[in-house]
Design a protein around this ligand. Structure first.
Ligand SMILES: Nc1ncnc2c1ncn2[C@@H]1O[C@H](COP(=O)(O)OP(=O)(O)OP(=O)(O)O)[C@@H](O)[C@H]1O
Length: 643
């Protein structure tokens, strides 16, 4: 039935034939976009960025009544938001970044299991239905960048942790409820008719702006005709003068750039880059260097160049090598600028590229989104600190580049991919597979060793631990990357974490501006272990969802895979012990109260004990109850067990 429903869905919205679904196409659970099934029924459908068009037919969608997660993010779907009241199991819905219009359907409020509603970036109008207050489990409500009007309902769900209604046309007072008081300006900004303490515009001082409700049209009194004509004339004259000046500036700039290019051709590129001898840094000339143009895939920030790291005309730029050794000094700024670049991905900090130099030497370059925050001194200090870190389980930061409008970080390139692709496959459609417990233990030990090394520096944290930030080294050892970079995020322009990153974060860190801590890293580590054991991305808050049932959930997921004949996930006493060991460690790490979590030193000890035990038990039939698990048991865990 689900296959039929999906095919009907395809024929209604996939005019460009992006979804390779067809009748007789085998088990529907393996179809592209079907991320999870329960008892053979589709439970997670993620169709993001498939260029889907047209409107969603509620009759078709409601046939998929076992759905828990539904995402159509980043398509071009339009029309009214569908009535999904038949999807009684739905917990998370992502319809953001489409062209949906019409009013917000109040029927969504009958979906009592609903936790995550993301409708941002559409043209949805009308009021936010007050009936959303009935969704007791609501956790994330993102409605920003729409055309919503009227007041914000007085949400009182204490579990509501993420709210964004910015950039709409909402009006009236932001209700002062326990659930809403802790959201700040970024949740409400861009609604000029809204008032409240949270946005620094208290309602008391002046009468609150009138609320515009679609049912009461607002009548704007006519201005006297004469004054309006004069204003128009002034506007026209000012516009023309402004336009003329802008044109003049553009022509001057064009002339300036052309002249520089001619001069550059006359001198060698090497001449334009001065290599400062004796100092561990290579500096760009005053006029900047012009990048090579022989690659593809990357657009320069300035001038829109393809395929090289260019920062023409931006003043002094310097490439500073970090750490010691010859390998990292075997290229210069010029080589890096001429390298061809291929995009590896875009993340919260910026874009990441594989840069292949003319010599064939490959590095990974992270181009930071914000090249001005923090101030230069602080940025340098952090780079020097991170550059000193050298450990077999860390991806080394080799160099950084700093110019006026550009900051690049240079890391070793890791061709074996990430832990994310190991677990979930490289295709976006790839379903995750739980790993064998021996692999889980080995990876856990690598990660814990790397993380402990970071934590040995007082106050230093990873801050963004997740499976795509773990790369596989030449012996398939796990290496942490992107460590210590959260301090480069500008608190004045905070970005919401993506749905997946969100649930790696410790509960106390989920408010955007909360700084990273070492116990929060321990929590993320626990989530990562659960991902290894189940092959599931943390698409939801596992602790809130399953609480003390996490071990049962992990077992049931692994058993399903065993039934599918994939691997001996359990089934003998030794496996069962190891699984229990890892589960205990993960459970200790995801304790809700940070003080109840073990330190990384304790975690590493538990993992090493479990590994040692597994070697002993593989040589002997004596499986005495786990010594290591006693260690874990002795850690305070009441908090997470009491959920
Ligand atoms: N040194 C590297 N070698 C090979 N691949 C890398 C390297 N560093 C990162 N990648 C891969 O590049 C992709 C993009 O990484 P990036 O850090 O930009 O985004 P992310 O990890 O998805 O998100 P975030 O910015 O939150 O860490 C990821 O798939 C990552 O595994």
């Amino acid at each position: 039935d689900d296959a039929q429903a999906l095919l009907a869905l395809k024929s209604s919205i996939d005019v460009f034939n992006k979804l390779p679904w067809q009748s007789g196409g085998g088990n529907v659970c393996n179809w592209v976009g079907v991320k999870d099934c329960l008892n053979g029924r589709v439970s997670k459908l993620v169709l993001e960025y498939f260029n889907l068009t047209g409107s969603l037919d509620p009759i078709i969608l409601n046939r998929l009544d076992q759905l828990r997660v539904l995402s159509f993010k980043g398509n071009s779907l339009s029309g009214q938001l569908p009535d999904l009241s038949g999807l009684v199991n739905l917990k998370s819905i992502f319809l953001n970044d489409n062209n949906f219009s019409g009013v917000f359907p109040a029927t969504i409020s009958v979906l009592h299991r609903m936790k995550v509603i993301v409708l941002s970036g559409n043209r949805i109008s009308g009021e936010i239905p007050p009936s959303l207050m009935n969704l007791r489990r609501l956790y994330v409500l993102y409605l920003e960048d729409n055309l919503l009007t009227g007041p914000i309902p007085p949400f009182n769900q204490t579990g509501l942790r993420y709210l964004n209604v910015s950039n709409n046309q909402l009006s009236g007072e932001i209700p002062v409820t326990a659930a809403l008081v802790h959201f700040n300006t970024s949740s409400f900004s861009g609604n000029p008719r809204l008032c409240g303490e949270q946005i620094g515009n208290p309602c008391g001082s002046k009468a609150p702006p009138p609320s515009i409700s679609p049912s009461y049209p607002v009548i704007i009194p006519n201005k006297p005709q004469g004054s309006s004509n004069r204003t128009k004339l002034i506007k026209i004259i000012a516009g023309s003068v402004g336009g003329f000046l802008l044109l003049l500036i553009c022509l001057l700039l064009l002339w300036f750039v052309c002249r520089n290019r001619r001069e550059d051709k006359g001198s060698s590129t090497a001449g334009a880059m001065r290599r400062s001898k004796g100092v561990n840094s290579v500096e760009g000339g005053e006029e900047g260097g012009s990048g090579g143009n022989n690659g593809s895939g990357m657009e320069g920030n300035n001038g829109g160049k393809q395929g090289g790291f260019s920062w023409e005309g931006e003043g002094l730029g310097s490439l500073v090598f970090l750490g010691a050794g010859n390998r990292e000094m075997s290229y210069s700024l010029e080589d890096l600028l001429k390298a061809s670049a291929e995009t590896l991905g875009r993340g919260s900090m910026g874009s990441t590229y594989k840069a292949v130099m003319e010599s064939g030497f490959i590095v990974t370059v992270k181009r930071l989104k914000d090249s001005r925050y923090p101030r230069l001194e602080e940025f340098r200090r952090q780079m020097e600190l991170l550059g000193k870190l050298r450990h077999p389980n860390l991806v080394p930061l080799r160099a950084y580049f700093q110019a006026k409008e550009e900051r690049l970080l240079v890391y070793d390139y890791f061709p074996n991919g990430s832990l994310f692709s190991l677990i979930h496959g490289s295709k976006p459609s790839g379903g995750g597979k739980p790993l064998h417990w021996t692999s889980c233990l080995k990876i856990a030990e690598d990660l814990a060793t790397g993380l402990l090394y970071i934590h040995q520096n007082p106050g230093l944290t990873h801050g963004n631990l997740k499976s795509s930030n773990v790369l596989l080294g030449s012996d398939f050892e796990s290496c942490l990357t992107d460590y210590g970079l959260t301090m480069l995020l500008n608190p004045d322009s905070p970005e919401e974490p993506s749905a997946t990153s969100l649930f790696y974060r410790a509960p106390e860190r989920r408010s955007i501006l909360k700084p990273p801590t070492q116990p929060a890293d321990v929590y993320s580590f626990g989530v990562l272990i659960l991902e290894l054991l189940t092959g599931k991305t943390p698409f939801q808050d596992l602790v809130q969802e399953y609480g003390s049932d996490i071990p049962r959930w992990v077992r049931s997921v692994r058993e399903e895979e065993t039934e599918a004949g994939d691997e001996p996930a359990s089934g003998n006493e030794a496996s069962e012990e190891k699984l229990q060991a890892l589960l205990n460690i993960a459970m200790a790490c995801v304790a809700l109260v940070p003080e109840n979590r073990p330190t990384m030193r304790e975690v590493l000890k538990m993992i090493r004990d479990a590994r040692a035990e597994s070697q002993v038990s593989s040589n002997s039939s004596d499986h005495s109850p786990g010594r290591w698990s006693d260690t874990v048991q002795s850690l305070p865990r009441e908090e997470h067990l009491s959920i």
